[in-house]
Design a protein around this ligand. Structure first.
Ligand code: PLP
Length: 409
């Protein structure tokens, strides 16, 4: 009988969203006449923009025609999409070659899979609170060490991001091999400014670290000074991989498409005293384990880069940002400390009166019929915060704000 990969047994059970669902179900059962509004969802609610639908229809028609049918595509993605990504970088003054761009089926898969390229001994650092995929995929690979009380892992380095450090991770005492950085951040909704990002690039260059930079929410950046890409920082191409997604900019959460950039100049030790490009290894990994994002989806993603498509999807993004602004102001009007929600669809609220995350969750549910996500579910440093998302409909968001007005803390 085979035995399981015991690393999977070290994974923390993901109780957070199940726990929330149970508590909400119990509340609804006890109060069947009350409408509960979720400010906890991480999925988008707006439908695909017309330019994307048009591109999808056209691509579907091609697939039904022997002359234009597409079977297996290039594992790295079609040239038309890789080149569209390159042009978008160019518009920000960043020079990337098409063969440094890999089209995938979502940033979650690429972020989850990329760690495979590193040795089991590599030391991984994550910010705390954190998007759980970074941690769990390293646990599965046997890189995280033993689980500790409170949900952390012995070999993972946690970099607290809290109000005391303006949500900018401090450098750890001992340099890790790999650092995951996400800006704009899920869950805190905060961003890293140019200086902070440049300091991390400098640190990585000095200490031989690789930065895995998650830019899934870059389209939500409105402040002119905030970098959309880590490659806007000089020297970053030698130390960073960047993960981009079509999910939150264009509603591709169901279609699935991403772009991951692995610069040729990024090299790591080959274990034999030499250095090796991660680009070639990622290419090899994708060719062996992945058969490419569907043609019709890549045509849809191409439409996101067209002038018409771009303007349509950015209108949606600004709609979500309007929700974020309203939620921020609603919470501030209650006298609460609020972070994020300016360059991101997430709002990170400090709980009042030293109530813990779950306590404030219950308070919002019982007194305003609003569902949030307890911050502690994203890591120890999330305790004392809750996360609200701006992905609801404008109607639900407006109703949520009305309810907040009469909330007693
Ligand atoms: N990265 C972060 C920080 C996210 O919050 C999410 C999704 O919620 C993703 C990546 C995944 O994006 P995708 O839908 O492209 O897999």
């Amino acid at each position: 009988m085979p035995e399981v990969n015991s690393n999977y047994l070290s994974l923390q059970k993901s109780y957070l969203f199940t726990d929330i669902a149970h508590r909400v179900a119990a509340y609804k059962k006890a109060h069947p006449d009350q409408k509960v509004i979720s400010l906890g969802i991480g999925d988008v609610t707006k439908p695909l923009a017309p330019a994307i639908i048009e591109a999808l229809h056209a691509a579907v028609d091609e697939m039904g025609n022997a002359e234009h049918f597409h079977g297996y595509g290039p594992e790295q993605g079609y040239g038309f999409l890789r080149e569209a990504v390159v042009r978008e970088y160019m518009a920000r003054g960043v020079s990337i070659a098409p063969d440094e761009v890999f089209i995938g089926d979502g940033a979650k898969s690429d972020l989850g899979n990329f760690q495979e390229l590193f040795s089991e001994q590599a030391v991984v650092a994550v910010t705390d609170p954190v998007y759980p995929v970074y941690v769990d995929t390293n646990v599965m690979a046997g890189r995280a060490g033993a689980p500790l009380a409170g949900g952390s892992f012995e070999r993972i380095v946690y970099l607290p991001c809290v109000r005391e450090n303006d949500f900018v991770p401090d450098f750890p005492a001992k340099a890790p091999d790999i650092v995951y950085i996400c800006s704009p951040n899920n869950p805190t909704g905060t961003v890293l400014g140019r200086e902070a990002l440049a300091a991390w690039v400098h640190y990585a260059r000095k200490n031989g670290c690789v930065i895995l930079f998650d830019a899934a929410y870059e389209s939500y950046i409105v402040d002119k000074d905030i970098p959309h890409s880590i490659y806007e920082i000089e020297g970053a191409q030698d130390v960073a991989v960047e993960f981009r997604s079509y999910s939150k900019v264009a509603g591709f959460t169901g279609l699935r498409c991403s772009a991951t950039v692995v610069p040729h100049s990024l090299k790591v030790g080959d274990g034999r005293g030499g250095r090796i490009e991660l680009n070639g290894l990622w290419n090899r990994r994708q060719c062996t384990k992945y058969n490419g994002c569907p043609y019709i989806v890549q045509r849809a993603a191409q439409a996101v880069h067209s002038p018409v498509g771009r303007s349509q999807v950015m209108k949606q993004v600004h709609g979500y940002l309007e929700n974020a602004k309203a939620l921020r102001e609603g919470m501030q009007a209650l006298g609460l400390e609020v972070y994020g929600g300016v360059n991101a669809p997430y709002i990170w609220v400090r709980t009042p009166n030293n109530v813990d995350s779950w306590g404030f969750f219950e308070h919002l549910l019982n007194n305003a019929q609003l569902v949030c996500t307890p911050g502690v579910g994203f890591g120890k440093s999330g305790e004392g915060y809750v996360r609200l998302t701006a992905f609801g409909t404008p109607e639900d968001t407006a109703q949520a704000i009305e309810r907040l007005k009469s909330l007693q803390l």
